[in-house]
Structure formats: C-alpha cells, structure tokens
Ligand binder design. Structure first.
Ligand code: SF4
Length: 97
C-alpha cells in the first residue's frame, strides 16, 4: 500500500475511464501501483456510442483507450486521476447492484 492510498479494501473505489476523453496515452498504466490499467483497442460497442467528434478523435489516436481489467485491485491512491492528461479518469464507489 502506498502512502497516498485512501482505501484499505481493494476495489471498493474504482477508476472509471471516459472513452470520449481518453486518448490511450497510457500515463495511468505507468503510474498505477496495482497494475489496474491496460491500453486496449477501443471496443466496437464503445466506439459506436461516441459522438461524431469522439469517433474522429478515437481514429486520430489509433483507436486506443484505457481499460481497467484489474479494477478490483484499486486502493484509491488517485495517482491515475492526477496523471491523466485528458482528465478522463474519475474514481467512484463500486456497487454490485
Ligand atoms: S486510484 Fe488509480 S492509480 Fe491508484 S490504485 Fe486506483 S487505479 Fe491505480
């Protein structure tokens, strides 16, 4: 656990990536101490949900976006939020319903 971590239970707070903002620059991958993120090809269903501007932006950035396959490991340190140049990440309490 880092000194910035505000949670003691992994995954109670998790990062949410705004695909309309994310440019897949991978700053979150670099800074996360718990390996929560991967940069992946933008899933087709998310691409389809973007506005025309969002689709053009996604194409301009190689159709890459940050995914959170290990969000259940997040300890709410906030490093990803601070590092993201596009302000595409917010932290949110995880609910199961
Ligand atoms: S807040 Fe961000 S950087 Fe920190 S553990 Fe969670 S996902 Fe990783």
């Amino acid at each position: 656990m880092t000194e910035q971590c505000k949670s003691t239970t992994p995954g109670e707070i998790r990062p949410i990536v705004d695909a309309a903002r994310c440019e897949g620059k991978a700053e979150c991958v670099v800074v996360c101490p718990y390996n929560v993120f991967e940069v992946v090809t933008l899933p087709a269903e998310i691409y389809r949900s973007l506005s025309l501007i969002g689709k053009l932006k996604a194409r301009a950035h190689g159709m890459k976006t940050a995914a959170t396959p290990r969000a259940d490991q997040c300890l709410n340190c906030g490093l990803c939020v601070a590092a993201c140049p596009e302000k595409a990440i917010k932290l949110q309490r995880h609910t199961t319903d």
